[in-house]
Every structure is written in C-alpha cells, then in structure tokens.
Design a protein around this ligand. Structure first.
Ligand code: ATP
Ligand code: MG
Length: 247
C-alpha cells in the first residue's frame, strides 16, 4: 500500500532523512520507532506532503505521491492525524470533525462517518456542540483521530497518539487504534510507547540518524536485545543476566 524508497529530505539545507526505505502492506499496522529527534515526524510530514522529499520515491496505492500537494494526497486516501493541540479551540467538536471531511461532497456519507466516529468515541458525541477548547488532552487526541477518520482514508499516519496521556486513556486510544486497523484502515504508527506499539503492530521499523536502523516482525523486535536496551527500558543486566554488574 505504501512504499518508501531511498527518501532523503529535511528542512532548508538541514538534512534529516538520509535514505529511508520501508513498506506497509494493505491492512497492516506498522510501528515506526526511534529516539527523540531521529526524524520520525519528519518522515510522516514528508509522506503526507507537508515537506517535499529531496530524493527517493514514495508510492501509495500503486502511484507516486512524492511531490504532490498535501490536499491531493488526502484525496488519494492517505491522511496524517495531527496532534491534539492542533484542534481549533473556537470551533465545536462537530465542526472540527467536519473539517476532516472537507474533501468529500457526499453529505449523507459524511453524516454516516460522523455517527461512526461518535460510536468509536462516545464522549465526542456527548460533546458535539461544545467548543473543543473545553476538551481534556485525551479527548482532544480522540478528536484528532476522529477528524482523520472523517475522510474515510485508506491509510492513516499517527504521530504519537498516546503522548502525554494518563495510562487508562492510553489503553482506550490503543484499543480504538486496533479497531480502526481491524476494520480495514492501514496504519503507520509512531510511538514512544514502544512495548504497546509492538504488541499491537505486526511489523516495526526503528529509525536512527534518519535511516532505518532495525526492522522486523513486531514479536521479533520485542525480543531483540538492541531494541530492548535502547527503547524498552531494559538494562545491561537484562542482556547478560547481570554478570556485568556483579563483580
Ligand atoms: N520545522 C523544522 N525546522 C528545522 N528543523 C526541524 C524542524 N522540525 C524538526 N526539526 C529537526 O529535525 C530533527 C528531527 O525531528 P523530528 O521531529 O522528525 O524527530 P522525531 O523523531 O519525531 O522526534 P520526537 O520523538 O522527539 O518527536 C530534529 O533535529 C529537529 O530539531
Ligand atoms: Mg516526533
């Protein structure tokens, strides 16, 4: 569904992506992991057309999309879910959600999708007429995922949907993300919550210094020493049974 080959890019003259290659098959959920500042968000912005790649190709659903305008990429069915803080505070919950459907002309279909979003996130339905400024952080995050659903995309890019949320809300968000994928939307998920992301996703990529450093099936990455030590809060003692620390 999505194929990225040798993508280089960055900001101004500063190169951040140094030749990223990865693929996401239709219907799959793939986790994109890596430390702070390694280029994960930059890659998502490059895929969704917010910044232009300098080199390489991005193919979505069989067609090249690198260099296309972001709104045309949305029309092709690829949507990036923005962070909760990017909702419009002076618009109501429903108005914010409807913005996500601006590429659609079928009013009845939009209404059906809106009801589907309210079914996924009942709290948004309860608050549909309130300004989004009154929502909590978790509710704003739900609003942004819901807004992403409003164009009925084939694929969604999610940038740290669980960031800064209480553990119970994180579970809710992950449950919904799992459901969105099961119901047919392909997902690329950037997460700091590495363990949770690898439990949910089928395949994972770890990027470092703007290139893919490690990749593999999720269950393999969970057991990988390098991944455990660097990203799962493991310690050196985990690696050699503690021998290093006992002398
Ligand atoms: N608009 C920008 N202009 C210039 N440099 C930027 C811009 N946005 C990000 N960067 C730089 O690009 C590098 C990669 O940032 P990016 O946001 O892609 O990392 P990330 O992997 O998403 O990190 P995090 O886990 O902290 O979200 C960083 O060094 C960052 O400072
Ligand atoms: Mg980021």
């Amino acid at each position: 569904m999505l194929e990225i080959a040798g993508v280089e890019g960055g900001y101004g003259s500063v190169q951040i992506l140094n030749g990223v290659s990865m693929r996401v098959a239709r219907g799959q959920m793939v986790a994109l992991l890596g430390g702070n500042g390694t280029g994960k968000s930059t890659l998502l912005k490059t895929i969704s057309g917010l910044i232009k790649p300098w080199k390489g190709s991005i193919t979505f659903d069989g067609q090249r999309i690198d260099g296309l305008r972001p709104d045309l990429i949305v029309r092709r069915g690829l949507v990036q879910v923005t962070q909760g803080k990017e909702a419009y505070p002076g618009l109501t919950v429903e108005e914010n959600l409807r913005l996500g459907a601006h590429v659609r002309r079928d009013r009845a279909g939009v209404r059906r999708t809106l009801e589907r979003v309210f079914e996924y996130f009942p709290i948004l339905g309860d608050r549909r007429n309130q300004f989004s400024a009154t929502l909590s952080g978790g509710q704003l995050q739900m609003l942004c995922i819901g807004r992403g659903m409003m164009s009925e995309p084939k694929m969604m890019l999610l940038d740290e949907p669980s960031a800064a949320l209480a553990p119970q809300v994180v579970l809710d968000i992950f449950r919904i993300i799992g459901r969105i994928c099961r119901e047919g939307t392909t997902l690329l998920l950037v997460e700091q919550n590495v363990r949770m992301a690898l439990l949910l996703a089928e395949y994972g990529y770890v990027i470092r210094d703007g290139v893919v450093h490690i990749e593999g099936p999720a269950e393999k990455l969970i057991g990988d020493d390098n991944v455990r030590l660097s990203y799962l809060g493991g310690t050196v003692a985990d690696r050699d049974g503690g021998k290093n620390l006992r002398h």
